[in-house]
Design a protein around this ligand. Structure first.
Ligand code: C5P
Length: 315
């Protein structure tokens, strides 16, 4: 029996367009999702009793069934009851490094890592597709977090088409530590303000709805300048008026020399700027920290990652 340590990367959205409301209560989306180097670490080991235990050093994180990683273990225990009985319980240790409530899919990637880890622990031999189908039951971003890399995502975010890697790009990520945004609130507010009927962003030419093609083409051609120009996130329309400091942060990031483009990720409030080298990313980080001089502001340098959940060690 093994103990597995897994790396669970965060994601950013390079594109997020809300197309409409679905009968199942979710929203129809067109997104481009990207794994980044900022990642949680999870260790999974077997327990001799049939229980699920989650430990986490982060004081604000729930460690029972309101935590998505815990729910992922519960789902596996229910789906594979005989294996749960045969191998005993699971102890999960979560080293939380991705900020919570940030629009970076931190909870989803932890859940993805638990699915992958339990598949290994119990020698289930599930395919990636089978793991992703289970993941979709936990959250819309979980299937992407399992595969990672760069991907077009449609449906409610669970239908994935892989895109060429953007591994040579760096990013500067920034978030006000005390500001958290509920994804459910962001969707609900968007629907109230723009959803009857769904109004495309005013910058878009009339009749043109899904315009993710320009960004996909920029990715395919490794045209970083065009990539920066076509970053899109519909949630900025509701988050910026509610939290003007997030818009200011994006504008400050976007104004730094060498930045290809800056945007909010997911339902926010984290924002990122894309650059072409680590040295440029560090320069932007230093400059933004000096310019805003806010003790509540966290700024990270990170890199695009070509994969999702990865095994660090298996003992
Ligand atoms: O799927 P997940 O549980 O991560 O979704 C979190 C919240 O975002 C839910 O309230 C869900 O209704 C909303 N959501 C949505 N449309 C999507 C994805 C999420 O309305 N495509």
């Amino acid at each position: 029996m093994h103990t597995y340590s897994l790396l669970a990367p965060a994601k950013i959205n390079l594109y997020l367009e809300i197309l409409g409301y679905r009968p199942d209560g979710y929203h129809e989306l067109a997104m481009v999702m990207q794994s980044i180097g900022l990642a949680d670490r999870l260790t999974l080991r077997p327990l001799s009793t049939e229980t699920i235990r989650l430990h986490c050093q982060h004081p604000d994180l729930p460690i029972a069934s309101d935590n998505l990683a815990y729910r992922a273990a519960q789902l596996m225990a229910t789906e594979f009851q005989d294996m749960f009985s045969k191998y005993g319980g699971i102890e999960i240790t979560l080293d939380k490094r991705i900020p919570i409530g940030a629009g970076l899919a931190g909870g989803s990637t932890d859940a993805a890592a638990v699915l992958v880890g339990i598949d290994l622990l119990w020698r289930l031999g599930l395919t990636r597709e089978e793991l992703q189908t289970l993941g979709a039951r936990l959250g819309s971003d979980v299937p992407f977090c399992i595969a990672g890399g760069t991907s077009l995502a449609t449906g409610r975010g669970e239908i994935l088409s892989p895109l060429p890697d953007l591994a040579d790009l760096w990013l500067v990520l920034a978030k006000y530590r005390s500001l958290h945004i509920s994804t459910a609130w962001a969707y609900q507010t968007y629907r109230q303000q723009f959803g009857q009927p769904y109004q495309p962003h005013p910058d878009r030419p009339a009749g043109e709805r899904v315009r993710v093609g320009a960004l996909v083409s920029a990715i395919a051609h490794r045209d970083h300048r065009q990539l920066g120009l076509h970053l899109t996130n519909d949630f900025e329309r509701v988050i910026f008026p509610a939290h003007p400091q997030v818009q200011h942060l994006r504008d400050v990031l976007g104004a730094q020399p060498g930045v290809l483009g800056a945007m909010m990720s997911g339902s926010g409030p984290s924002v990122f700027a894309l650059v072409e080298s680590q040295a440029l990313a560090v320069a932007v980080q230093t400059q933004v920290q000096a310019q805003l001089a806010d003790p509540d502001l966290d700024v990270w340098v990170s890199q695009m990652m070509p994969a999702g959940i990865q095994i660090i060690t298996a003992d």
